[in-house]
Design a protein around this ligand. Structure first.
Ligand code: ADP
Length: 488
């Protein structure tokens, strides 16, 4: 029995603790003072406080986390996603302290950490990459010349980027220098590194990624694809497995490429190789995420595997007993529930959850980090939960997820639940026409039809003969009220 600390919070910590319980492992949670919800702490055997302060003093404080782990006899650390999960120094420091890091070695994280270096590395291993410029000469004149050669539209990407930061689309040559400056400024501020790469902007692409597992000794297995094309501001909100565009042949070719990319860095543990695909089935490497992904549940459902358990077994040095490429069974879809206002630019929302009811039923899974009474603050990511559905076919799965969203009650602050419902209900989504431009194309004006609902209900009510105001006004609902009011 091992003692495992999860250096994370929210839904992913809950998710990991569930597996630790199943495996009979001892689990240790971390909490920060601002994290008044701390739902994840309920699932652990032991809770350690990181105390007060900003993230740099709590979930990003490597030394504090490692010291606390050692003091509490922790043997393994799972970083979850976000926070320190892709921090090479953290992986190295955990191992230097004599504990096991449930993730890749520092060198692999470092090699895939910068988009420029990663692209060059995988290209060498024969993996197709998006045509563009990944040179070391970063002078504006060289970049402008390279851009003109690539052609427009093109994408400027921060090499150290993530989460869509430092990414700029350029439509024509005249805009290039201005956008370059802005991308560099953003990258410098967010990552302390202003190196950029240029990529041809693929129109109507799909985001398809391959889940891989490596043993750190050269063996890598691929566990099929996930499609994550439905994005807003380059951030995923709906993910599914398999992808409606990927057939057996394409899956096998993409899995081979993903394995080659992972082998190029002698990869250990769970990782994801992200590709961008066009309508003809041509695909290009975008980047590799050296951690467990938010959307890993859809792979778990169609592959019938517990990826967290696999991570722990791999970290303990157990051999990877998986077929090289498995075929998915059935269909799984995930939506990310955010505290945000889709009607006002998806602005993050804060507040207290005053009504909370999770959906349930056949093929429904809710990975949640919140509960009734949870206070949603600006300190942490606004993602509240993930709702996942599984069904025998894509259509069965979609209908199930829509049904589940209709039984997801989360009130007290604005969320994207209604917006997700409209995305899944859209005929283009139903038809599998999912590209990264989907939201922009179909939801340019994401306003809910609520503005029509209340007048329509009122009109319907008045049209009802029982409320014929001209004949019997005293029967109207307002006329039947007494003067008594609850409240002012
Ligand atoms: P980040 O690391 O900031 O998330 P990625 O490189 O993973 O950035 O790209 C995020 C998203 O941006 C992709 O899923 C895709 O929607 C879009 N994207 C990236 N590269 C291209 C490209 N060359 N052409 C068109 N869209 C792209």
């Amino acid at each position: 029995m091992k003692r495992i600390l999860v250096a994370n919070r929210g839904e992913i910590a809950v998710r990991i603790f569930r597996t630790l319980r199943e495996m009979g492992m001892q689990s240790v949670a971390l909490t920060a003072d601002q994290d008044t919800a701390s739902v994840h702490a309920r699932y652990a055997d032991q809770v350690i406080s990181l105390g007060p302060g900003a993230l740099a003093d709590t979930f990003l404080n490597q030394k504090k986390i490692i010291d606390l782990a050692l003091a509490h006899g922790v043997e393994m650390i799972h970083p979850g996603y976000g926070f320190l999960s892709e921090n090479a120094d953290f992986s190295a420091a955990v191992e230097a302290a004599g504990m096991i890091f449930i993730g890749p070695e520092a060198a692999s994280i470092r090699a895939m950490g910068l988009k420029r270096e990663a692209k060059l590395l995988v290209a060498e291993a024969g993996v197709p990459t998006v045509p563009g410029y990944s040179g070391s000469d970063q002078s504006p004149a060289t970049l402008q010349a390279a851009a003109n050669e690539i052609g427009y539209p093109l994408l400027i990407k921060a090499s150290a980027g993530g989460g869509g930061k430092g990414m700029k689309k350029v439509l024509k040559a005249a805009e290039f220098l201005e956008q370059l400056e802005s991308a560099q400024r953003e990258a410098q501020a967010a990552f302390g590194n202003d190196v950029v790469i240029l990529e041809k902007y693929l129109t109507e692409p799909r985001h398809v990624e391959i889940q891989i597992f490596g043993d750190g000794k050269g063996q890598v297995v691929a566990l099929g694809e996930r499609e994550c094309s439905i994005q807003r501001r380059h951030q995923k909100i709906v993910e599914e497995a398999p992808s409606p565009m990927v057939d057996k042949d394409l899956r096998e070719r993409m899995c081979e490429s993903a394995i080659a990319a992972a082998q190029a860095v002698n990869y250990r543990n769970a990782g994801t190789v992200e590709f961008i695909c066009d309508a003809s089935g041509t695909y290009y490497f975008m980047e590799m995420n050296t951690r467990l992904q938010v959307e890993h549940p859809v792979t778990e459902m169609v592959m019938g595997l517990d990826l967290v358990r696999l991570q722990i077994e791999t970290a303990l040095g157990q051999p990877l007993n998986l077929e090289r490429i498995r075929q998915p069974r059935g269909w799984a879809m995930e939506v990310r529930l955010y505290a945000e206002d889709p009607d006002h630019g998806f602005l993050p929302q804060t507040g207290k959850i005053c009504l909370y009811e999770e959906p349930n039923g056949l093929g429904i899974r809710m990975d949640s980090g919140v509960d009734l009474g949870s206070q949603i603050s600006l300190y942490f990511d606004p993602m509240l939960a993930k709702l996942i559905a599984y069904g025998p076919t894509r259509e069965a799965c979609r209908a199930r997820l829509i049904q589940a969203l209709e039984h997801t009650f989360l009130h007290g602050l604005k969320t994207n639940v209604g917006f997700l419902h409209r995305v899944l209900s859209h005929p283009a989504f139903a038809a599998g026409h999912t590209t990264t431009g989907f939201i922009e194309e179909h939801f340019a004006n994401p306003h809910a039809p609520d503005q029509y609902v209340i007048p329509a209900l009122a009109a319907g009510y008045l049209a009802d003969e029982r409320v014929d105001l001209t004949k019997s006004p005293a029967q109207g609902p307002w006329e039947q009220l007494t003067n008594w009011r609850l409240g002012a």
